[in-house]
Design a protein around this ligand. Sequence first.
Ligand SMILES: Cc1ncc(COP(=O)(O)O)c(C=O)c1O
Length: 451
Amino acid sequence: MALTSEEVVALTRKHNYGTWRKQKSWKPVHVVSADGCYFTDGAGRSLLDFSAQLMCVNLGHNNPAVIQTIQDQAATLPYAAPSYATTARAELSRLLLDVLPAGLTKFFFTTSGTEANEAAFKIARMYTGKTKIIARYRSYHGSTNSSIAATGDPRRWPMEPAGKGQGVVFGPEVNCYKCPIRHTYPGCGIACADYLEHMIRNESDVAAVLVEPVVGTNGVLLPPPEYFPKLRRICDENGVLLIADEVMSGWGRTGRWFALDHWGVTPDILTTAKGITSAYVPLGLCATTGKIADFFEEHFFAHGHTYEAHPMTLAPAIATIHEMQRLNLVARSEEIGAYLGEKLFSLRAKHPSIGDVRGLGLFWAVELVKDQHTKEPFNTWQEKLDGKPLVVDQIAAKMMASGVSVQAWMSHFVLAPPLIVSRAEIDIAVAALDEALVLADVLLENAVPVS
Ligand SMILES: Cc1ncc(COP(=O)(O)O)c(C=O)c1O
């Protein structure tokens, strides 16, 4: 007999771990089906998926071409060991050359973003013969040993110090709204990049600098235009690799195939996952330059997984890229993202609790503050780790009650709908946010009444 929705939730709660939380507060919604920009819960309610699940279902749900490819691949060749060549692998590799930043020509496939980063760190260390990775505080790079060690945000804290890999040092992120080194753009001359150079020169043994070109979960932080050309030069002058983690910012999310395309910079290693298959199957990618690839012609490539280049993961990536091209989704992300941006900027003018609105393409953050001048957030990282109810979670719950799902994080929302989202759907989501933000506005000292 089919399980009731209550049974599904109860069994899930009892036998599974809810990620990144104290377990007692986990109340998962039963997702039954999904189509386009909506998913349906166990009570038959349709919810507008305004963060594309985890900023990953870029094509929208239930894309028939991708689903057909999964079925075809299962019928033809569901698995082959990584030492074999497969048609899916060759076709995807050829296609990647068309969409990745020019110069990234050799690929290692994984089944997640975190594993793509693990591969990147090992490759960087083997290639340079050096150890340290410089990462930035406001960042997330994954949950496995080295990736969590390279993660600046507090999801790393419970693993400190014994439970994480060694060899990562943290530098300042680029955050022009709330600069960690209290500078102001453009007078700063991009001092946050200069400080990374200072670190490289004083640390010694630095293999790579690791960045999310547009920081994702930690608040869609955008670099000024000079940042990446400058960081590229710093890395080159100091013999250090640049690793771009485009797990979230890739695949049209920012209005380019990859975020670094905005600044014409090619990293030495690019990692990605999520949108590569629109998350229909778990696939990650670690792409390197030909120069790094050449090194391993004569050096042992000490990395691999049973599921590396798994045909069931690669074939849907081919279909995803073709669908993105057919639907012109990269250009669409830029165009319709500008519309979303305009709507969000008008919310900022109306709600005193909004400190900042920023984004590119269909990748936006709305950051809430208690006070516009101090920019103090409503909650602290420690409160999040302690499982205290956060203001943003209350707002997200209110939006969910009115049929819109968004990702809330500490004191901001990440708005990143599927790239097929319509203007009408954007209007619905922004109206729900507008209404729910009253919850934050009334918490402000000297709150200005919102009409
Ligand atoms: C920038 C970034 N890197 C790495 C990861 C880890 O990817 P995965 O969850 O597939 O391991 C994420 C996940 O959200 C991410 O946003």
